[in-house]
Design a protein around this ligand. Structure first.
Ligand SMILES: Nc1ncnc2c1ncn2[C@@H]1O[C@H](COP(=O)(O)OP(=O)(O)OP(=O)(O)O)[C@@H](O)[C@H]1O
Ligand SMILES: [Zn+2]
Length: 631
């Protein structure tokens, strides 16, 4: 993924006229207005309450009541049982609190009171009500009281939602600026198909889209509909983003780009509104391209197991994208390109006709493709006479465009360090070492530990060299690199697309070689083999549970890939047990074979280990020579 140029901007777009960004509202202002609104809501609720609820009632002693009654001050009362409430003709001093007066009151008549209340009331002409004089809070008031906290929450929620949807800091209350296309730096060159190599089939497929964007009217006139969405599927770093940019560049249309993960916020509804806005803006300047990276983060199918948090938001955002795409007439000239490296987990709804009905597979480049990509990324770098890009391409099977671009850059950095004015072949081989093995770590190890590492790596290497059909060993080193104390590198001669059972066993034996060597030489093993074991387990489990290489489990998929999650292929527990047992069996057999071979070839093992102690690093030729084998 390319770095984000501006963390404050949700959409990155290029190639269309720009306007200066609107002045920002400070977030202080937002908080202020938020608190203000909260206050207003409180006041309103209070006001309504007093309007419906009438005045306060003061609890007075019964003697105070009879006193006021005989003084002719009581205007009306309401009584229920022994409790009386009522109203005075005018406010009187409160006997309980001399600083206050009261008008409405409640009191309780003692059961033993031996007065003649009724005749007293009639002589004083007091109105005796059938209903409470001071009304209880009405239904509406009660409702308001119980709703007040909720109201407050809702107000708060709206504020936060608006702040978030403003795309970070563009202002809470302020109407946020729509995603305006931003111009490329003046004179900057737009990405074109010339910047993409090694995936020519893909370019051909996208050429049609480019043509459509260049002259949408011609398509409209003939009633031809273009695909609304094209899905670019492929492993990371194969150039999907680059391709989308190139399509926009070739067609010379504005390019809107957003990452699907940026749509997902804590607050439901924000993602959908962002999508709506993105499409609205793109339509305004159509023909245009919208690029949505990592579409799988919101486009996962529902059974995908991964249902942690943000579920509703994810679904709403996805639905909004689908709605927007359905809304296209197809002739509007907005084409959506989306990228994923997990097309297997996508919701089928995304792939229906009228949506992403075209999928373009973007694969890692082959040898000629790698050479072409290296050419592109050394275009602006002076190369020494000894640099042979074809050779570099040969030694980099499996590497993606992004990794090759990185390799070329590392080589240039090394040349700068050497203060040379051109990149040499050595820069490339050192850069490759660094990229493949990790950076050298300054770590001083006692000789005993170095020797143990030397045996460990020699074990890997020797078994790799002995195994027929295995990838050749390219390099052995006991210089600590990355997280490892030593590294043995083997890479295939040519690109491999499928693997035989024999090859996989060879890989397991090679990976167990380090541990086996320690066992054979020292009789004990160390913790240094953790990542070896991970690799071993992965391969062996795959053989038993995925690739049908175990008679006992049978020719079936017993281990679901995570796309199917817990809902997909639910294998019976007994099947999974069988997979475990078969995995164990395969690993145990391979380990035995590794130990057996190392014992049988102990002299070669010793020779490799002592050569490593002396030279620290052996390349392919040296390693095979020391072991007395031919590469
Ligand atoms: N086929 C290619 N030709 C030339 N350069 C490439 C190619 N593929 C990748 N690159 C280089 O690698 C960089 C990163 O590639 P890009 O971001 O397009 O990969 P991606 O497939 O989108 O990866 P991700 O899935 O990680 O986002 C590009 O900017 C470009 O420099
Ligand atoms: Zn190891």
């Amino acid at each position: 993924m390319p770095p984000r140029e501006d963390p404050d901007k949700l959409w990155r777009s290029e190639g269309a006229p720009s306007t200066p960004p609107p002045p920002r509202k400070t977030s202080r202002g937002n908080w202020f207005s938020m608190i203000l609104t909260a206050l207003v809501v409180f006041l309103l609720v209070d006001l309504l309450l007093s309007a419906f609820g009438g005045g306060r009632k003061t609890n007075i002693p019964y003697t105070e009541f009879t006193k006021q009654l005989s003084a002719g001050q009581v205007s009306e009362i309401y009584a229920k049982g022994d409790s009386i409430e009522g109203k005075l003709k005018s406010a009187q001093p409160n006997p309980g609190n001399s600083k206050q007066t009261y008008e409405n009151f409640t009191t309780t008549r003692p059961t033993f009171a031996n007065d003649n209340l009724w005749s007293e009331l009639t002589t004083q002409n007091v109105k005796v009500d059938a209903e409470p004089v001071v009304k209880e809070r009405g239904f509406l008031a009660n409702l308001l009281i119980s709703l007040a906290p909720m109201l407050l929450l809702i107000v708060l929620w709206i504020f936060i939602a608006r702040r978030m949807s403003a795309g970070g800091g563009m202002g809470g209350l302020a109407r946020k600026a729509p995603p305006k296309p931003v111009e490329l730096a003046p004179g900057a060159k737009r990405t074109t198909f010339d910047d993409v190599a090694g995936i020519d089939e893909v370019k051909d497929e996208l050429a049609e889209v480019v043509d459509f964007l260049r002259r949408p009217e011609d398509y409209r006139k003939l009633g031809a509909k273009m695909p609304r969405g094209v899905l670019l599927a492929g492993p990371p770093g194969t150039g999907k983003t680059l391709l989308a940019r190139a399509v926009a560049g070739e067609a010379n249309v504005p390019f809107f780009s957003a990452s699907a993960s940026e749509f997902i916020e804590m607050i439901v509804g924000v993602g959908a509104s962002r999508v709506r806005e993105l499409f609205a803006e793109a339509r305004k300047v159509a023909p245009a391209i919208i690029f949505i990276d990592e579409i799988d983060t919101i486009g996962r199918s529902r059974g995908g197991g991964n249902s942690m948090g943000g579920h509703d938001e994810r679904e709403q955002t996805l639905n909004q994208i689908l709605t927007e795409m359905d809304g296209f007439s197809g002739a509007e000239g907005v084409v959506v390109l989306a990228a994923t490296n997990r097309s297997d987990v996508l919701d089928p709804a995304l792939l229906r006709p009228g949506r992403f009905d075209r999928t373009v597979m973007v694969s890692p480049p082959d040898r000629t493709g790698r050479e072409a990509i290296l050419k592109i990324h050394t275009r602006d770098k002076p190369l020494g006479a000894d640099v042979d890009l074809e050779q570099v391409a040969k030694t980099t099977p499996g590497m993606t465009g992004a990794e090759l671009a990185n390799l070329a850059n590392e080589a240039a950095l090394l040349a700068v360090k050497r203060k040379d004015d051109a990149l040499s072949a050595r820069d490339f081989s050192e850069a490759l070492e660094k990229v493949q093995l990790g950076a050298v770590r300054a770590l001083v190890m006692p000789d005993a530990d170095r020797l143990r590492t030397a045996y460990h790596e020699s074990g890997h290497a020797l078994l790799g060299m002995l195994q027929p059909g295995a990838d050749p060993v390219r390099k052995i080193t006991i210089v600590p690199r990355g997280r490892a104390l030593g590294v043995t590198l083997s890479t295939p001669e040519a690109d491999r697309y499928s693997y035989t059972e024999e090859y996989l066993r060879g890989r397991i034996i090679g990976a167990l070689g380090g541990m086996a060597a320690e066992q054979v030489v020292y009789g004990v093993i160390t913790t240094g083999a953790e990542s070896d074991l991970e690799q071993v387990t992965n391969i062996a489990r795959g053989m038993a549970g995925r690739w049908g290489m175990s008679e006992r489990v049978g020719r079936l998929t017993a281990i679901p890939n995570d796309a199917q999650g817990a809902y997909g292929l639910a294998a019976a527990p007994s099947t999974l047990d069988a997979v475990d047992e078969e995995t164990r069996r395969i690993v145990a057999e391979c380990y035995d074979e590794a130990c057996r071979k190392l014992v049988a070839h102990r002299e070669q093992l010793d020779a490799l280990a002592s050569a490593l102690m002396e030279h620290e690093t052996l390349d392919e030729d040296e390693a095979y020579r020391v072991a007395g084998l031919s590469a």
